[in-house]
Design a protein around this ligand. Structure first.
Ligand code: PMP
Length: 432
C-alpha cells in the first residue's frame, strides 16, 4: 500500500498515536513480543462487554444465546483464518504456551513412551521446549535437536536425518522469534508422516504476518497467540486434526468439558469443548475473531507480507537488515534477506562493547523506540550463538521505513554514547 494508505492504517491503532515524552513520538518496534490493537478490535471488545456479555453455552436467556453465538462465530472466524477444515478443530486456549502444554499433557502423555524420540530444533522458544522436556522426564522419551547452518537458518538435512523409526513427534516453529527464518514445515511434515510421526507447528510468529493454511502445511497441530495478531491478551488457539483431538484424553477437568458426571466418574464432551474446561475467555475470543476477520482479512494477509510494495513487511525487513548491517561492530543473527527473501521483519543483534539492555534503554530515552533486549525466551539458541542476550527490533505492517530509520539512527547515537561516554569519559563497558 501507498504511504498515505499506511498512514491511514496507523490511525486505526490508538496506542501508536502517542508520544513517550513531549515531542518524542512512540516508535513501536517490539511487535514480536506483542502487537498493538486496532480500534476495530478494541470496539468489538467494548461492544461485546457492553451488550452481549453473559456466560456461554447452555444458557436459555437471550444474552447467553447471543454470547454463545458470538463465541462460536469467533471460532469459525479463526478456523477460516488458518483454513481449518472444521471449526470444531479450533480449541481456544490462553495463549500458544497453553496450547503446546495441552498437546503434551494429553496426546503426549497417552502416546509417548520410554525410548520414543521427540525431534525439536535449537531455535525453539521455551514454550516449545520446556513442555517436551517435562514430558520426556516423565516418560523416558528422548529429545533430539535440529541445529543451525552458518547462515542462521535451520540445517534441514541434519534435522531430517534425526527423523526415523523412533520418532513419535516433530515440533518446530514456523518462523523463529530470534532468527526470523522461515522453516520448511511442509517438507518436514511429509517426511515425519512417512515414518508415522506427528507434527506440531509453533506458528506464533507466522500467523500474524503471512497467510497460513493448516491444510497446505500438512501438520497435525498448529498453535498461535491472539495478542501478537492484533487480538487481546489471554486468548490463543490450538488447531488439531479432528481425529487426533477426538482420540486424545482431556486436559483440565471441570465444567463445560464433560458430557455426564456422577460421583463415580465422568464422560466427556465432544471437541473442542472437551479441552475447554471452565469459563473460557469468551469476550477475548470474540475480539480475536474480529482481529482475524474484520481486521487482518480485510487488510489482506498477502498484502501484509507483500514483498515489493512500499511499506510491506518484506520491504521493512530488507530496510531494517541493510541499515543495521552498516553499523560498526554489529552482529546480526539469522539469514539475510538475500539468503532468505521471505524472512520475517524482525532482527536480533549485538554490538561489540554494548550490552543489549543499555542499547534498549538509550534508544527509548532518546527517540522513543520500543526495542526488546534479553534472551527472548530462547536461552539455548542464545547459547548456540555464543551470547546470553541480544537486542531485537521487530516490525509489523503498520511500521514505516521512517520509523526504522529513527530506530537505527538512535542506535548509532547510543553506540557512540556507550563507547565514548557522555562527556568523552572512558567508557564503562558491559560486553554482550
Ligand atoms: N513461540 C514463539 C515463536 C513466540 O515468539 C512466542 C512469544 N514470544 C511463544 C511461542 C509464546 O507465546 P505466548 O507467550 O503468547 O504463549
Amino acid at each position: 500500500w501507498s504511504a498515505a494508505e499506511a498512514e491511514g492504517l496507523r490511525s486505526d491503532f490508538p496506542a501508536l498515536q502517542q508520544e513517550v515524552k513531549p515531542g518524542v513520538p512512540l516508535v513501536y518496534l517490539d511487535n514480536a513480543a506483542t502487537s498493538q490493537k486496532p480500534k476495530q478490535v478494541l470496539d468489538e471488545l467494548n461492544r461485546f462487554y457492553s451488550q452481549d456479555n453473559s456466560n456461554v453455552h447452555r444458557g436459555m436467556h437471550t444474552l447467553s444465546m447471543r454470547s454463545t453465538e458470538a463465541f462460536e462465530t469467533a471460532r469459525q472466524k479463526v478456523a477460516k483464518f488458518v483454513n481449518a477444515p472444521d471449526s470444531h478443530e479450533i480449541v481456544f486456549t490462553r495463549n500458544a504456551t497453553e496450547a503446546i502444554n495441552l498437546v503434551a499433557r494429553t496426546w503426549g502423555a497417552a502416546n509417548i513412551a520410554k525410548g520414543d524420540e521427540i525431534v525439536l530444533t535449537v531455535m525453539e522458544h521455551h514454550a516449545n521446549l520446556v513442555p517436551w522436556q517435562l514430558l520426556a522426564e516423565s516418560t523416558g522419551a528422548v529429545l533430539r535437536f535440529g541445529r543451525l547452518r552458518d547462515d542462521g537458518t535451520l540445517d534441514v538435512e541434519q534435522f531430517e536425518s534425526l527423523i526415523g523409526d523412533r520418532t513419535k513427534l516433530v515440533a518446530l516453529c514456523h518462523v523463529s522469534n530470534v532468527l526470523g527464518c522461515v522453516n520448511p514445515v511442509e517438507r518436514v511434515a511429509k517426511l515425519a508422516h512417512s515414518v508415522g510421526a506427528k507434527v506440531l507447528v509453533d506458528a506464533c510468529q507466522s500467523v500474524p504476518h503471512m497467510p497460513v493454511d493448516v491444510q497446505t502445511l500438512g501438520a497435525d497441530w498448529l498453535v498461535a497467540s491472539g495478542h501478537k495478531m492484533c487480538g487481546p491478551t489471554g486468548i490463543g488457539f490450538l488447531w488439531g486434526r479432528g481425529e487426533i483431538l477426538r482420540g486424545s484424553p482431556p486436559f483440565l477437568g471441570g465444567g463445560e468439558m464433560i458430557d455426564q458426571v456422577t460421583l463415580e466418574g465422568s464422560t466427556f464432551n465432544d471437541i473442542p469443548h472437551k479441552f475447554e474446561a471452565g469459563t473460557p475467555a469468551f469476550a477475548e475470543a470474540v475480539a480475536l475473531g474480529a482481529a482475524c476477520e474484520q481486521y487482518l482479512t480485510d487488510l489482506g494477509m498477502a498484502a501484509v507480507s507483500q514483498r515489493r510494495r512500499a511499506g510491506g513487511e518484506h520491504e521493512l525487513a530488507k530496510h531494517l537488515w541493510s541499515r543495521l548491517e552498516a553499523l560498526p561492530g554489529i552482529h546480526l543473527y539469522g539469514p539475510s534477506p538475500e539468503t532468505q527473501p521471505d524472512r520475517a521483519s524482525l532482527v536480533c543483534f549485538n554490538v561489540d562493547g554494548c550490552h543489549a539492555n543499555d542499547l534498549a534503554t538509550l534508544v527509548d530515552q532518546d527517540r522513543g523506540v520500543a526495542m526488546r533486549s534479553g534472551h527472548h525466551c530462547t536461552q539455548p539458541l542464545h547459547g548456540e550463538l555464543g551470547v546470553t542476550a541480544s537486542a531485537r527490533l521487530s516490525a509489523y505492517f503498520y511500521n514505516t521505513i521512517e520509523e526504522i530509520d529513527v530506530a537505527v539512527d538512535a542506535l548509532e547515537v547510543a553506540i557512540g554514547l556507550i563507547r565514548t561516554g557522555p562527556a568523552g569519559d572512558e567508557p564503562e563497558l558491559d560486553p554482550a
